[in-house]
Design a protein around this ligand. Structure first.
Ligand code: KG4
Ligand code: ZN
Length: 343
């Protein structure tokens, strides 16, 4: 089954063509970072307009990349939520229009289900990916941080989740305080890597939560803010030019990153002893982080658990994961042909 999907829930206009929920034949994304960078965050109205301008380009790019036609597509999918309403509408209406025109079904996908399904994907040249539930999934993105016990393609139980900020949100806020460009996660990751691995770090707190598998990142964010105020001069532009200050900024980035890694590792250590599952999966934008991948791989190996990280290309928001989720959803079996249904 060939599914064409759109993902426009936030600031990436993405389209993809995926065969049987796993093989990515084409995946194309037009990012909006340049539009929102000057504001330090996503402006919903600008995002919706930019989606409208880019949606046809991404569609054409995918069709050309896969060397297929729209007539080859068996079903159309789009993220229906959660997300910015104006942005979601663009992808949903594009998919529903194509579905109506072709007389093919439309499948609406929940964004988080999409992130989980990113772990099933592989590119055409990569070996087949046979991952299947059950597994424990850490989903860490800009909007969510959750631990899920995924028992089937359609069911999971939430083991724990953040009580305040998502991990990616904390990354973006700290990165901004360090004068790094938006989105901050990848830039902070790169800055932290310039700090010598065995050099001393600043001590930052890892929040304890009432439910041991929940997360909390807002205390860490505030503690990092105080530390930055103490360690860096108020003029960040000057600090960025000085080699001494570069080392302090790198140390701050590495210390924050180490605290996030500790928070994730401590929860998964507990999962290893309380949830009898031999397979862990890590997905979402933050799962692209080098230090997090390394630490979780070490922990998994120690407990004899297999770790699957979503392919790097499909960690951050993309449409291939939406097509994968659509394929594995019960709707793709029954096929909902009612394209105007709100469901
Ligand atoms: O999954 P995603 O693309 O969008 C949401 O659904 O939120 O995640 C975006 C988040 C941003 O906060 C971004 O800074 C973070 O993922 N991110 C990273 C890295 N790459 C992206 N955070 C830490 N390290 C990275 N390498
Ligand atoms: Zn996402």
């Amino acid at each position: 089954m060939l599914i064409l999907a759109f993902e426009t829930s936030c600031d990436d206009t993405a389209c993809a063509l995926v065969r049987d929920g796993r093989q990515v034949l084409a995946s194309h994304t037009v990012g909006q970072a340049a539009i929102h960078a000057q504001y330090g965050g996503v402006i919903p109205e600008l995002a919706a307009r930019a989606h409208q301008e880019a949606i046809e380009t991404t569609l054409q790019a995918c069709i050309q990349q896969a060397n297929l036609t729209l007539a080859d597509v068996d079903a159309f999918a789009a993220t229906v939520g959660p997300g910015l309403i104006g942005s979601l509408l663009v992808g949903v209406m594009a998919a529903k229009t194509l579905a109506w025109h072709a007389g093919k079904p439309f499948i609406g996908v929940h964004h988080l289900r999409g992130h989980v399904a990113s772990a099933y994907l592989h590119t055409p040249d990569a070996p087949p990916n046979t991952l299947a539930p059950p597994f424990v999934c850490l989903l860490a993105s800009g909007g969510h941080t959750q631990l899920l016990h995924v028992t089937s393609h359609t069911h999971w139980q939430v083991l724990g989740q953040t009580l305040d900020d998502a991990a990616g949100e904390a990354y973006d806020k700290v990165a901004r305080l360090l004068g790094l460009p938006f989105p901050g996660g990848p830039a902070l990751d790169a800055l932290a890597q310039t700090y010598p691995p065995d050099a001393p770090l600043f001590a930052l707190p890892v929040a304890k939560t009432k439910q041991p598998l929940d997360f909390s990142f807002s205390g860490l964010k505030t503690a990092t803010l105080r530390l930055i105020e103490q360690q860096l001069p108020p003029n960040l532009a000057m600090a960025k030019r000085s080699p001494d200050q570069h080392l302090v900024r790198a140390k701050l980035a590495a210390s924050f990153q180490a605290a996030v890694v500790n928070a994730l590792v401590s929860r998964l250590k507990r999962v290893a002893t309380t949830v009898p599952e031999a397979h862990w999966v890590v997905v979402g934008g933050v799962s692209a982080n080098s230090a997090i991948r390394l630490a979780l791989q070490k922990l998994a190996t120690h407990h004899n658990i297999t770790l699957t990280c979503a392919p790097l290309a499909y960690c951050s928001d993309n449409a291939a994961m939406i097509a994968a989720s659509a394929y594995f959803s019960p709707l793709s079996k029954g096929l909902n042909a009612e394209v105007f249904s709100r469901d």
